[in-house]
Design a protein around this ligand. Structure first.
Ligand SMILES: [Ca+2]
Ligand SMILES: [Ca+2]
Length: 493
């Protein structure tokens, strides 16, 4: 069996298991983890601090651990093993597989080759571990010639058999997070993406209608990713706990794709464009695909993203590609700041209605009680708000996954008032995304979040436009009220 990629239950799925965009503002950096002494390496799992996989060194495929650089490479190869591979890491723990003779054993490590703990169940003839939470591990065992998904709590004796009691004959687990385990189950002659919560009886069939074979590779604890065969090709897939929740992530122009891991709103994997396998990342929709291969320096082919993690500051994506300059498969680590939001301050404003009383555009840039103050003035009729101000800004971004514009301010007098803020749609030429809140003499903030096609809220040259307005909606202590705007800002994601 190839150690390179995940085992599959059926020959149908083997085609994608043994095989080896548009530019975005998000700045990814690729780090080459390949140890110079190795003929091949891949990173298969990543945690907040570690990357794991294998390196073929001294003629042996060896489970490997990195901490962010090629020079940090450490072999986890257990004593007595003929080959080994680490598949996932979490906290201080790594999980994977080692061959002892012809028998694959699931196992875990705590940072060194000597720390190997064999998880192989006594009743099994073969076992593999694919994922860890740092405390629980999942994988599969072959028991009486049948594959069984299984769950461990750190020891061989803790083995829990997840193989469905009825409805499926075989199974395998590839991902674990929080209370959830995911993988696949053999239903008739078809593989079905599967979800468990700790027991064989908890099995949920995630197989989407219209698919032939499907599989879940990972879970975030609430969402699951993998693939579903649609029209004969695997499509990267996202679920939220049920078959009906299935979302097709296959990017436009891709012949097929697979999602390997999920973290929060992100999914990673690969998509195939005109025969070229490209590592990529999604954020929940097929249209959100970003080609990670474009960020790798040099010339590469067959790039794959396997795993994603964060330490709260940085996003980490582990994977591999074939380096065209060495013609070797080499481990890669992509990183990006977790937050790529750009904050934009107003560059100008225009008084549409109301009397400008004090302040200027700089008053809007900081929550410092230096106000841009407008007061009620002559209005053409009672249906329009007496105070209306247009605010302009410029983003460096040409595309966005969401824009929030917020207004912080207060009324000059007591009463019942409403403050609103909206975003300009440069394509349709209307204001939309209206956010409404009450306004009092105590400063409050009202935020408008872009909906629909977010890029339509960015004009030529990165132009941003919003307007805020204030009106009386109930009794007021004075008919001549003013509004003190302290801060207007856009956050562009
Ligand atoms: Ca303030
Ligand atoms: Ca201010």
């Amino acid at each position: 069996m190839s150690l390179k990629h995940k085992r599959c239950l059926t020959a149908i799925a083997v085609v994608i298991c043994v095989g080896t965009s548009p530019l975005s503002f998000a700045q990814w950096t690729a780090i080459q983890l390949h140890p110079s002494s190795s003929t091949a390496s891949e990173a298969l799992g990543v945690s907040a601090t570690q990357q794991v996989g294998y390196a073929n060194t001294s003629g042996t495929v060896q489970a490997s651990l990195w901490t962010g650089t090629a020079g940090s490479w450490l072999s986890l190869h257990p004593a007595g093993a003929t080959s080994s591979q680490a598949n996932d890491a979490s906290g201080s723990q790594q999980v994977g597989t080692a061959f002892f003779g012809a028998t694959s054993h699931a196992g875990l490590w705590n940072g060194s080759a000597g720390s190997w703990v064999d998880l192989h169940p006594a009743s099994a003839t073969f076992s593999e571990a694919w994922s860890t939470t740092g405390a629980q591990q999942v994988g599969l065992s072959i028991i009486a010639t049948k594959a069984h998904a299984c769950l461990w709590n750190g020891s061989a004796a803790s083995f829990v058999d997840l193989n469905p009691v009825s409805g499926a004959t075989e199974s395998a687990a590839y991902g674990v997070s929080g209370p959830q385990q995911v993988g696949e189950a053999l239903v008739g002659i078809r593989t079905h993406a599967s979800l468990w919560t700790g027991s064989a009886g908890s099995w949920v069939d995630l197989h989407p209608a219209g698919s032939t074979d499907s599989r879940a590779n990972s879970t975030s604890g609430t969402q699951q990713v993998g693939y579903a065969f649609i029209g004969g090709s695997p499509h990267a897939s996202l679920w939220s706990g049920t078959a009906a929740s299935w979302i097709d992530l296959n990017p436009a122009g891709a012949s097929n794709s697979v999602a390997n891991d999920v973290l929060g709103s992100f999914q990673v994997g690969y998509a195939v464009f005109t025969g070229q396998v490209r590592a990529g990342i999604w954020s929940g929709t097929s249209g959100s695909w970003i080609d990670l291969s474009s960020f790798v320096p040099g010339s590469w082919r067959q790039t794959i993203a396997q795993s994603i993690a964060t330490d709260g500051v940085t996003l980490y994506v582990a994977g591999s590609g074939i380096n065209n300059s060495t013609n070797r498969t080499e481990a890669l680590l992509w990183t990006r700041p977790l937050s790529t939001a750009e904050t934009v301050s107003p560059s100008s404003f225009a008084t549409i209605r109301g009397r400008l009383d004090s302040g200027d555009v700089t008053s809007l840039r900081t929550d410092d009680n230096n106000y841009l103050r407008h007061c009620k003035f002559i209005v053409p009729n009672q249906t329009v708000p007496p105070i209306e101000v247009q605010v302009n800004g410029t983003t460096t971004r040409s595309s966005t996954t969401g824009i929030t514009v917020s207004l912080t301010g207060a009324m000059s007098v007591n009463g019942v008032f409403t403050q609103m803020i909206e975003q300009w749609n440069w394509v349709t030429g209307v204001y939309e995304d209206t956010a409404t809140a009450g306004a009092t003499t105590v400063e409050t903030t009202v935020s408008s979040q872009s909906t629909g096609v977010h890029n339509m809220k960015i004009g030529v040259g990165g132009a941003l436009r919003a307007r805020y307005f204030v009106r009386q909606t109930g009794p007021s202590a004075s008919p001549l009220y003013c509004y003190n705007a302290d801060l207007v800002k856009w956050v562009v994601n």
